[in-house]
Design a protein around this ligand. Structure first.
Ligand code: UDX
Ligand code: UDX
Length: 459
């Protein structure tokens, strides 16, 4: 079959895999290939057991795979063939040297760019899908166009806004798609080519175009704003617990102001995920670099409140359980950073588990999708943790249950049955406010929600 254009995506992770599957599904006239240095991952993308759990993803992959969607380990050959290359390799927070703990580690991006330069034989559009510090495109363009030959690479920024757990619907029906380019003739032409791809299924008015720096920066800023809302409501949840105000009522009263809006105002044990913390720290680092220290400090506090919220969850637990949790069995219901994903990157569950272990509690971790990742995250504490997927079995002889992830399954458990097998007095710490607290209290539990007065049987 003759394809209109050949697209390659380098990086078959949480972003590259689903994004390319949806593009291929909606654009049968394009050949879409996804490559990754991880051979095992590519093998899984070619099977019925995909390397990531995402509702609806397998159906989309199955529709397009073998038709115009291909997963391949032959990166160089596919670079040569491609007209358009999306780069979706990871850009984690740098752990060493200048900017450690804040700025993005661009080594994989740069290596990928150098490899594209080395093997290419024709002009290509290179798309930044990975989240990058603003002005990275300039550095990339310098690398890509450093060889003295006639091949031209046009760098485009097309950040991803999908959220895990809802990736397929976010990709199929996004609030907007953002495409940034240089405002030169070649830049605008390349921008139009990318608009044309998305226009196959997304209404034209939802496809925003901008200059390349606005696009790069917008991605960081959206995540910073979203995280800031969560830290705002979480900071107020701490005040609610001291004042008998109820965070659900406050959140509703605040969120119904149409200028504020109601989304992303759910209090929690803290936000997790691979993006929020990394992107804010990146923003902080950029501001510091430009001498904007007050701006940097403003955003850094969003991360500080998130650390505070995770820490205070454990401190509340210790205080409520008579100032010691040593040798007590504590069950974590949920380990993923949010429901409907097996992803545990930056999950509050990690820091909470470590703090509980420090306090010498015996912890049991339960989760329908994330146990394998949890075992990797906590491999240094393997002898101190039990992993039990069945929540009923996990809770036998427990002193306390903590809800860490808002999986639907935890809303409907038979808490009466669980209570009968727990040590008394029994405690529930609902880190997501998903349970019926009054009902649990009636069963006999001492109930500690987030941002609400605790319901206890103690005089
Ligand atoms: C990544 C970035 O982390 C994020 O900043 C960006 O917004 C989107 O892309 P994600 O897809 O969640 O996010 O990362 P991950 O699941 O780790 O996937 C990256 C993939 O790139 C991995 O499969 C890795 O093997 C691959 N990779 C990495 C390469 O193929 N080549 C490399 O040189 C480095
Ligand atoms: C986020 C952005 O939403 C997405 O646009 C971007 O592309 C990547 O980063 P993701 O991290 O997958 O997506 O999930 P998201 O739904 O944003 O949740 C992030 C964290 O915030 C989770 O730990 C979630 O539980 C928490 N959260 C979310 C809250 O604590 N309260 C809320 O009201 C909403």
């Amino acid at each position: 079959m003759k394809y209109k254009k050949k697209i390659l995506c380098i990086g078959a992770g949480y972003v590259g895999g689903p994004t390319m599957a949806v593009i291929a599904d909606n654009c049968p006239q394009y050949k879409v290939t996804v490559s990754d240095i991880n051979k095992e991952k590519i093998k899984m993308w070619n099977s019925d057991v995909l390397p990531i759990y995402e509702p609806g993803l397998l159906e989309v992959v199955k529709r397009a795979r073998g038709r115009n969607l291909f997963f391949s380990t032959e990166i160089d050959k596919n670079i040569i063939d491609a007209d358009i290359i999306f780069v979706s390799v990871n850009t984690p927070t740098k752990t060493f040297g200048e900017g450690a703990g804040k700025t993005a580690d661009l080594q994989y991006w740069e290596k990928t760019a150098r490899n594209i330069l080395k093997v290419s034989k024709s002009n290509k559009i290179i798309i930044e899908k990975s989240t990058l510090p603003v002005r990275t495109a300039a550095a990339m363009e310098r690398i890509l166009n450093s060889k003295n030959n006639s091949i031209h690479f046009e760098v485009i920024s097309n950040p991803e806004f999908l959220a895990e757990g809802t990736a397929i619907s976010d990709l199929e029906n996004p609030d907007r798609v953002l495409i940034g380019s240089k405002e030169t003739k070649e830049g605008l032409q390349a921008r139009d080519e990318i608009v044309e791809i998305y226009a196959n299924w997304i209404p034209r008015e939802k496809i925003l175009t901008s200059n390349i720096w606005s696009s790069e920066l917008s991605k960081l800023v959206v995540n910073a704003f979203l995280a800031q809302r969560i830290s705002s409501i979480n900071s107020i949840s701490a005040l609610c617990e001291k004042t008998e105000a109820d965070i659900t009522e406050v959140s509703k009263a605040v969120g119904t102001d149409s200028r504020v809006g109601s989304k992303f105002l759910n209090p929690s044990v803290g936000f997790g995920g691979s993006c929020f913390k990394k992107d804010i720290l990146n923003l902080v680092y950029i501001c510091e670099n430009y001498g904007l220290y007050e701006v940097a400090e403003f955003w850094e506090n969003v991360v500080k409140i998130n650390d505070f919220q995770q820490n205070r969850f454990v401190v509340n637990m210790i205080k409520s359980m008579f100032n010691t949790i040593s040798d007590k069995k504590i069950v974590l219901l949920g380990f993923a950073f949010k429901a409907n994903t097996g992803d545990t990157r930056e999950s509050p569950a990690i820091s909470i588990s470590k703090k509980l272990i420090e306090e010498q509690a015996n912890i049991v971790i339960s989760d329908p999708k994330a146990i394998d990742n949890a075992k990797i995250d906590l491999k240094d504490f393997a002898d101190k943790i039990l992993y039990i997927e069945d929540p009923y079995e996990a809770c036998v002889d427990a002193h306390a249950i903590c809800i860490i992830t808002e999986w639907d399954l935890y809303k409907d458990l038979d808490y009466e049955k669980i209570y009968k097998k727990m040590v008394k007095p029994s405690f529930i710490f609902d880190g997501r406010n998903i349970l019926d607290h009054k009902k649990l209290f009636k069963i006999g539990y001492n109930v500690y929600p987030i941002g609400k007065t605790a319901l206890t049987h103690f005089k």
